[in-house]
Design a protein around this ligand. Sequence first.
Ligand code: FAD
Ligand code: SF4
Ligand code: SF4
Length: 487
Amino acid sequence: MVSYYIKTNRTFTAIRRYGWIFTLLVAFGGLWYPKLGLLVIPVIISLTTVAFFKGRYWCGNFCPHGSLFDSLIMPISKNKKIPVFFRSKFFGILFFAWFSFNLIRKLIKVSAIYGTAPFWDKLGFVFVASYLMVTIVGGTASIFFAPRTWCNFCPMGILQKLSYRLGKLLGVNKKTDQKISAARTEMCHTCGKCSRVCPMQLTPYLEFSDKNQFDNENCIRCSTCVVNCPAGILTLNNEEIALQIKGKTDITGYENRQKIQAHVEKIKKLKDDIIEYTFKFEKPARVDYKAGQFILVKIQNDPKMYRAYSISSYNEDSTKVSVTIKKMQDGYGTGIIFANFKVGDKVELEGPMGNELVVDKTAEKVLLVGGGIGITPFRAIVRDLVENKNDIKEFKLIYGVNYQEEFIYVDEFKALEAKSDKFEFIQVAAFDKKWEGKKGFVTDVMKEMDLTGYKVYMCGPKPMTNAALKVLNQLNVKKENVFCESA
Ligand SMILES: Cc1cc2nc3c(=O)[nH]c(=O)nc-3n(C[C@H](O)[C@H](O)[C@H](O)COP(=O)(O)OP(=O)(O)OC[C@H]3O[C@@H](n4cnc5c(N)ncnc54)[C@H](O)[C@@H]3O)c2cc1C
Ligand code: SF4
Ligand code: SF4
């Protein structure tokens, strides 16, 4: 079954990766050397202090148990939805009361022997026992539900929320209180990836405030959503900086974003795993869009979720749009689209969006680079540049795949090449021994070119665009002349 939640790296620092060593040392080492439990006292003091200024930042960045769950247990976790009961306020408060009562009771009992030889061992053991309990209960919940199940009712989490609220009440943490912030919500793809990778299974994309911040107190400020957002709009910042970023972010290309009711007009299978879908607009009946933009296709209502697709059709009369979709192995969204979308079905779209691949028609020379399914926007772009007036003197398209069977729309590109003396079409296959054309990666072709005076537009998988950015840097193509989107 296709999994909704995505297992992805959450351990970006050495503390997050190896903090679990501390957990195992105290929880198990403490059984032989109970004084190790005393190390938990500074941990509790630190997390309460950090929380006063930064909410649950400790949980996402320093917590040794968090490291155990994210680093060691995640690979074997079922990574399922955390049961609602464990996430409820009722259970959290009840568990906090029970845990605090027991801890205080044990501390009072131990305090009775203060000044005697076994005092420090007994005191340490109180914390060793708690650490062991969290390791066993939290670890088991991690395996059977999701890695951070425990964190939803952890008493230390509640303690941090109380400390954070006190900081807020006193008005002292405005500058230090960094929250997940969206540069501009207009640029959000509503893809839900921030939620699918979130250790706490929160839904930031559905809850941004009018200051573009995610105010949920259970956010552990781990930045996993920041790293994974395909739109690159998320940061961890305080309110002041979030508003500054909002003010500075250019939303050219997103101004006409709108909800569009449409229906599936045509489904064309290009390969076993690649299908071109044409949607006819209904309400509004006409939507203007530019070559190089993308559009969102709704895949489900609860939680609301779309997938972004580059527009592969040339805009003839603004009444329809095509997207060309490659089915991802175990892909959540493409699984739904390939299985459910039939001709005549109603579909909700949102867009058009994006400006990165809208080619500057006043440029002198243009290089287009498409890798794999990243070729889709160039189908519309090349036709636009061949058929419509512009100042461009020459433009080339490098189209890279692994094996020649993967090429799509080749006849169309060749026909456009024959029609225009300004356009050159270059195909390259990386691993195909039978392929008689250029062999290698798109970067191998780029290295052979003199790119002086070129504007470069790229779309493809991240490894391709990253490698191409390096080559362009070596070829002295200035950053401001490079535009890139990862498909
Ligand atoms: C601007 C833009 C334009 C795009 N244009 C196109 C286009 O024209 N054509 C096209 O086909 N696509 C395009 N995409 C990609 C598209 O939006 C989707 O991301 C793609 O269709 C996959 O969606 P999915 O839900 O099926 O995959 P997902 O389920 O989101 O999977 C995506 C990735 O996450 C990983 N993953 C998923 N689940 C897990 C798990 N449980 N554990 C570990 N890893 C996991 C998978 O390895 C996979 O690589 C575009 C994206 C953007 C941002
Ligand atoms: S919303 Fe983002 S920062 Fe907050 S817990 Fe989820 S992934 Fe981490
Ligand atoms: S991950 Fe997707 S839904 Fe979340 S903020 Fe980024 S673009 Fe929006």
